[in-house]
Design a protein around this ligand. Structure first.
Ligand code: ADP
Ligand code: MG
Length: 142
């Protein structure tokens, strides 16, 4: 499925809708360059899961845990990761194969260790279509 957004608010709203529909144990992979809108999407997604309070990219930790209204929400940002071994060190399997919902920014860096069953979301700009345009490709990967 491909969705085009034309503002930060539209991307946030898309995230919120997907957060509302997210099933326990699911893994969402966000892929896109710096400034693509991964965190904007994530903030909407968290709101859709019923997370109260602000959600920002975890700066000093790889993962930040929140409580949604239905289940826990685990927000990863693996931008600074040296390699998949660091994911082993934090015991990522407990999260990824757990009962909460995982969302991983920069997931393309660690795709090889993620479960086959995951949702891949790619966010891309297109300079020809304006500064606030984003093409968002959502793919249920099995
Ligand atoms: P990332 O986490 O991918 O590095 P952020 O979500 O932190 O990116 O930042 C995205 C930036 O792009 C924000 O400043 C936001 O206001 C801006 N922006 C402009 N248009 C859009 C859009 N259509 N969707 C999402 N963000 C947008
Ligand atoms: Mg970010």
């Amino acid at each position: 499925m491909i969705i085009e957004t034309f503002s930060r608010e539209e991307t946030r709203e898309l995230g919120r809708r997907l957060g509302e529909q997210a099933a326990a144990g699911s893994v969402y992979c966000l892929i896109g360059d710096l400034g693509a809108g991964k965190t904007v999407f994530t903030q909407g997604f968290a709101a859709g899961l019923g997370v109260a309070g602000p959600v920002n990219s975890p700066t000093f930790t790889i993962v930040q845990e929140y409580m949604g209204s239905r289940m826990p929400f685990y927000h990863f940002d693996v931008y600074r990761l040296e390699g998949p071994e660091e994911m082993e060190e934090i015991g990522y399997e407990e999260y990824v194969f757990g009962e909460g919902v995982c969302l991983i920014e920069w997931a393309d860096r660690i795709l090889e260790i993620l479960p086959e069953r995951r949702v891949e979301i790619r966010i891309e700009k297109d300079p020809g279509k304006g500064f606030d345009y984003r093409r968002i490709d959502i793919d249920q990967h099995e």
